[in-house]
Design a binder for this molecule. Structure first.
Ligand SMILES: C[S@@+](CC[C@H](N)C(=O)[O-])C[C@H]1O[C@@H](n2cnc3c(N)ncnc32)[C@H](O)[C@@H]1O
Length: 288
């Protein structure tokens, strides 16, 4: 029987993702960008409106959502906000709900939880009619949608006047792009069958004639431990970076050696005695 394409994080992939977040500094880098860019964007989006509706797609445990919603509340304190969340992982949605439960300001926001794939949400919306949104975000999730062009078109169609669709994705020619495109045949086999970076998203936006701005989010993290075969940390990072449960059992020794060589020499910078993986991201703001 063909293996089912499972894009949403459940079971061991939840732990693997949490481990990655703790080691990569990714949320810190994203939040810095969010705090720099979004207050101005939120003011433009909110102008003349008496309420604001936010849609988070693939929000995971909601750590970034919580900060963005808090920022939105403080940017336009008098305006009531609603939040719809489309997330296919029930485990991560539980984490998000727990975060809301312990964050006083978020309890003022009515949340609608759609625990489903974004493709199913799309079908549901198309069948039942639409709630439109002022701010939609897809952070580090667009790798997983079945049809990139269709997903962008659909989410863009949900924007209200002056709305923004924010897509955060690994940047073109960064470490992830280099790794996943060089080892496409070995890596693009399960949840991700076609690796996407900001280049693919921007080419889609251009072909749909959509207005956007791209902002680079710089980030790098230490992968030195990946080159020590007895390091648990190294192995867990390699598992996440190659989307495998066990890096050492998943590839031939030749492929493993090739991946490690590429990681060190093409995807990273060596400095201060460490190997720092280039994990720059792009934050793309698409206009309504
Ligand atoms: C890399 S995580 C990013 C989570 C969160 N946005 C963050 O940056 O912390 C990708 C998330 O997208 C979710 N996901 C993957 N495919 C999805 C789909 N087709 N529809 C909805 N969520 C999806 C996964 O379950 C996971 O929570």
């Amino acid at each position: 029987m063909a293996e089912e394409k499972q894009t949403c994080y459940e079971g061991s992939s939840v732990q693997s993702f949490q481990f990655y977040l703790e080691h990569s500094g990714e949320h810190k880098a994203i939040l810095q960008c969010v705090h720099n860019l979004l207050p101005g964007e939120f003011k433009r989006v909110a102008e003349g409106k008496s309420s604001l509706d936010v849609l988070g797609v693939g929000s995971g445990g909601g750590e970034v959502d919580a900060q963005m919603l808090t920022l939105l509340q403080s940017t336009v304190p008098a305006v009531p906000i609603t939040a719809d969340i489309v997330e296919g992982s029930s485990a991560l949605t539980d984490n998000f709900k727990a975060l809301v439960a312990k964050t006083t300001n978020l309890q003022k926001i009515p949340f609608a939880w759609h625990i489903m794939h974004s493709e199913d949400y799309e079908k549901h919306v198309k069948a039942k009619g639409v709630k439109k949104f002022d701010f939609i975000h897809m952070i580090q999730m667009i790798y997983y949608v079945d049809d990139l062009a269709e997903s962008i078109k659909f989410h863009h169609s949900l924007l209200k006047k002056n709305g923004r669709l924010m897509i955060i994705i690994e940047t073109a020619h960064g470490g992830w792009d280099t790794l996943w495109k060089t080892y496409k045949k070995d890596l693009c086999v399960h949840a991700i069958t076609e690796y996407r970076s900001s280049a693919e998203v921007i080419s889609c936006l251009k072909s749909q004639g959509l207005k956007y701005e791209e902002h680079v989010i710089t980030n790098a993290f230490d992968i030195s431990e990946c080159f020590n075969p007895s390091s648990q940390t190294g192995q867990r990072l390699l598992n996440f970076m190659t989307a495998k449960d066990n890096f050492y059992q998943s590839f031939t020794s030749e492929t493993r050696a090739g991946i490690l060589d590429l990681l060190k020499n093409k995807c990273s910078t060596q400095r201060d005695g460490g190997v720092f993986f280039n994990s720059n991201l792009s934050c793309i703001l698409v206009h309504a």
